[in-house]
Design a protein around this ligand. Structure first.
Ligand code: CP
Length: 304
């Protein structure tokens, strides 16, 4: 997200909205994509697959568990192989933070899209979140956004806190004090969940990432205590402003950070976020295939 200018971001949002409104593109015709997911995924992987198909691309199937990475092949050699067999785009999710640095510094002749790196960044999620907020409010300037949950392990929190602040939103945080680390302290204040629900225009919930917690942290974690202190239930939904939004990148842990009946309540945009994910990923793929020329007439008008 750091490499995208604000104009790039608005350009991608405009294009994604155009795709949602019926824009067609065959830019992927006769091209191949490979989705290299070394961590589990439902939404990101499948919506990149749908986006690729909608743009006319064909997918070369890849499963990390049956690939030659299990024989010790490095990520670099895997991606170089994918490039050599003729794929134009590799979408990669990998547990290592900034895994892409060794790839982009090595003159790879393939477009690499980050599907999530370790606890680093999740740009396609961030962009679809921005699209969803922009569709609702039409701007970011002055919006109050609260991000509640496992901040320190969340690539979504890292990406969104940074870009929303740059776009003019005021970002605050909630959840365990120990997750409110220096980098977030430098961005916004820490508030109780009740305060966040009363004051925010957007409340973003995050999953507690048990797979990234230490065994001691997992042993000390009580779902009931977490839900009572930080969880979004209908009592808290009723405290929110009339047009405020509830967002969550999903998968959700029902009964931990969100109550069952809140997941599809009238303030929840969780499933619309997933729908927008396909259109945003189409916009991202089109942009890289066009040579990352991300702009639009609407964007030029906005700058004017
Ligand atoms: N939001 C998200 O990244 O979901 P998946 O892990 O299912 O891709």
């Amino acid at each position: 997200m750091s490499d995208l200018t604000n104009e790039d971001v608005y350009g991608l949002i405009d294009t994604a909205i155009d795709f949602k409104n019926g824009k067609k593109s065959e830019i992927g015709q006769d091209k191949f994509a490979m989705n290299l997911f070394f961590e589990n995924s439902t939404r990101t992987k499948s919506s990149f697959q749908v986006a690729e198909m909608k743009l006319g691309m064909k997918e070369i199937a890849f499963e990390a568990s049956t690939s030659s990475t299990t024989k010790g092949e490095s990520l670099y050699d895997t991606v170089k192989t994918v490039e050599s067999i003729g794929a134009s785009v590799a979408v990669i999710r990998h547990p290592q933070d900034k895994y892409y640095e060794e790839l982009i510094n090595n003159n790879m002749n393939i477009h690499i899209i980050n599907g999530g790196d370790g606890t680093g960044q999740h740009p396609s999620q961030s962009l679809l979140d921005l699209m969803t907020i922009y569709e609702h409010y039409g701007h970011f300037d002055g919006l109050k956004v609260g991000i509640i949950g496992d901040l320190s392990h969340s690539r979504v929190a890292h990406s969104n806190a940074e870009i929303l602040t740059r776009l003019g939103a005021e970002v605050s945080f909630g959840g365990l004090d120990s997750w409110y680390t220096d980098e977030f302290q430098g961005i916004g204040s820490h508030m109780s969940v009740d305060e966040l629900c009363q004051e925010m225009d957007v409340v973003m919930l995050l999953r507690v990432q048990h797979e990234r917690l230490s065994s001691e942290e997992n042993q000390n974690f009580s779902k009931e205590d977490y839900f009572n202190t930080y969880g979004m239930d209908m009592r808290r939904v009723e405290m929110m402003k009339p047009d405020a939004m509830i967002m969550h990148p999903a998968p959700v842990n029902r009964g931990v950070e969100i109550a069952d009946d809140v997941v599809e309540c009238n303030k929840s945009y969780i499933f619309p976020q997933m729908t927008n994910g396909v259109y945003m990923r189409m916009a991202m793929i089109e942009a890289v295939l066009e040579g990352a020329k991300i702009d639009s007439e609407t964007n030029q008008e906005r700058q004017a």
